[in-house]
Design a protein around this ligand. Structure first.
Ligand SMILES: NC(=O)c1ccc[n+]([C@@H]2O[C@H](COP(=O)([O-])OP(=O)(O)OC[C@H]3O[C@@H](n4cnc5c(N)ncnc54)[C@H](OP(=O)(O)O)[C@@H]3O)[C@@H](O)[C@H]2O)c1
Length: 336
């Protein structure tokens, strides 16, 4: 795997080399958990500017102030971004255009494990799928505005739960759903998942796994559309119970599986370790662009590797997912 070549001054997050220069990162979902931990780590690693986002300006201003105090740096720029609301994404993009600085590392971290009750956004998108739609709108907007640097790295949060080998998490077979309900149209089947439409029986853990499969497909499809120097990866931060990610989770996950996972050595790790995974991926080469990196099969922590399960690699599903997201988001990647 080639190391990131665009910035020769960039040290590995696992070394203590000199801080890099002229690097700008944007991290979504920083008001808690892994987004917060990664923003903190980026400052420590020497990023010159870390744009941190949260649903409301007041909350993300608080986050930025707390990060500045903790890291004793002044590199944080708060930005309001509610990924459920296209108007909020547009306002955030307008602000980024006003700031006018190309981003080197775009970390699309925000995500949610949905609750027992099916929740749809005002735009009719299932809650676990909504961050990807907002992230797509943001990424396309940044590319169109030429606000990603020529060697930019894009990382989007995936999850081991999408693999099919994690207890309590199963996923939908999109080809089968397309065959039975949509005359073989896989794009319509992915759209049904994104909207949690009438043909989809809602179950929260399955909705989460499905959302993270669509994330992996989106990364694969986006990789084929990026300019040559840029790269995108889906990356699971790994099992990290000490975040707010479980706030909506059902009792089996919250009170049974996660406490068990915390007790068994090697089944979970800290937010800092998880954040290192994102930074590690930010230095991967273009040769592995589009791949989904996570813990080894049947594991939830440890070194990350490219996932080879056939459902992630199915090109027809990847392209169907791209088309569905373009349709639902209203944003395609056409160059000016
Ligand atoms: N923790 C784990 O074990 C684990 C494992 C695999 C993958 N992941 C993934 O890692 C990412 C971070 O999770 P976490 O564990 O750090 O959870 P967390 O503590 O709940 O943090 C999630 C962050 O995302 C934000 N967010 C969620 N939906 C949003 C939306 N529609 N618009 C704007 N902001 C939104 C949240 O803001 P609000 O508080 O305002 O909602 C919060 O800042 C997620 O994508 C998650 O699926 C986590």
């Amino acid at each position: 795997m080639d190391r990131f070549k665009g910035k020769t001054a960039r040290p590995s997050p696992f070394t203590t080399g000199p801080p890099m220069e002229h690097s700008i990162a944007l991290v979504t979902g920083t008001t808690s958990g892994l987004g917060y931990a990664t923003a903190r780590l980026l400052a420590i690693e020497g990023y010159r500017q870390v744009i941190v986002t949260g649903r409301t300006l007041a909350r993300v201003q608080e986050t930025a102030a707390q990060l500045a105090t903790e890291t004793k740096t002044q590199v944080f720029t708060p930005l309001e971004l509610d990924l459920d609301a296209p108007t909020s994404v547009q306002s955030a993009l307008a602000e980024l255009v006003r700031l006018g600085r190309p981003i080197d590392f775009l970390l699309l971290n925000a995500g949610v494990i949905p609750g027992k009750k099916r929740v749809l956004t005002a735009a009719g998108i299932e809650a676990a799928q909504a961050p990807l739609i907002g992230h797509h709108q943001l990424t396309v907007g940044l590319l169109r505005a030429n606000l990603l640097s020529p060697n930019a790295r894009i990382v989007i949060a995936g999850s081991e739960s999408a693999r099919g080998d994690v207890p309590l998490f199963s996923y939908t077979d999109v080809a089968a759903l397309a065959a039975t309900k949509y005359q073989g149209d896989r794009s319509a089947a992915v759209e049904a998942l994104v909207r949690s439409g009438p043909s989809v029986k809602y179950e929260p853990n399955r909705a989460y796994a499905d959302a993270k499969i669509v994330v992996a497909w989106w990364a694969a499809a986006l990789a084929r559309r990026l300019p040559p120097g840029m790269a995108v990866y889906a990356v699971s931060p790994g099992s990290t119970p000490d975040t707010k990610g479980l706030r909506n989770a059902g009792p089996a996950l919250k009170w049974l599986m996660v406490p068990l996972v915390k007790l068994i050595p090697g089944m979970s790790h800290t937010p800092e370790t998880a954040a290192h995974r994102y930074l590690q991926a930010s230095e991967f080469g273009t040769d592995v662009s589009g791949q989904f990196f996570a813990s080894a099969p049947k594991k939830l922590t440890g070194p990350i590797e490219a996932m080879r399960q056939p459902h992630f690699l199915d090109r027809a599903n990847q392209e169907a997912a791209w088309q569905a997201i373009v349709k639902v988001s209203g944003n395609d990647l056409s160059w000016p």
